[in-house]
Design a protein around this ligand. Sequence first.
Ligand code: HEC
Length: 166
Amino acid sequence: MKSFTILTATLLLPSLLLAHGNEVHTDKKKETVKPKKVVVQEVKRNIYEPINQSYLKNIKPIFENKCFNCHSNTPNYPLYYKIPGVKQLIDHDIKEAKSHINMSNNFPFISHDTPINDLKSIRKSTINNTMPPLRYVIAHWDSRLDDVEKEQIIKWVDESLKKLEE
Ligand code: HEC
């Protein structure tokens, strides 16, 4: 009798653990046979949507002013763009900037990295004052982020990371 109990416990334990490990609960039993990939994408879209809403409202206006010249498909070229040699330098930087992060399609950004790493990278460049690059600030094409803008960006990044990492 004793060994029977142990045997039952041993057999039941893994299935109990599995039942708890499986966090995807759906109302309809049928939906659990959906391919896993679809479920994951659905979940991610639900997470990205509120982050993008807050981006559109609070952050995009800042980025349009101070980042889109390099990190989007719609740059406003400076007057000195026409100076021989300058065009090549600027074109190269825009290409380079967009290969890191292209903000044209809103959040999540078109990027070679994950949205989480993009956010961390934006926080870093904001805190360290490295974006826009100094040479452009000096050449008066783009200007630095002011303290209020920096605060807003950090707040959005931290709130978004919390949502993505929980
Ligand atoms: C005048 C062009 C220009 C502007 C304006 C600009 N960037 Fe960049 N950005 C670049 C270039 C070039 C790179 C890639 C090379 C580098 O890291 O310096 C880059 C890279 C980055 C990276 C990736 C850095 C890394 O280490 O991977 C982030 C994040 C970034 N920019 C954020 C921003 C934000 C936010 C703004 C606006 C506040 C901005 N940039 C404005 C040119 C620009």
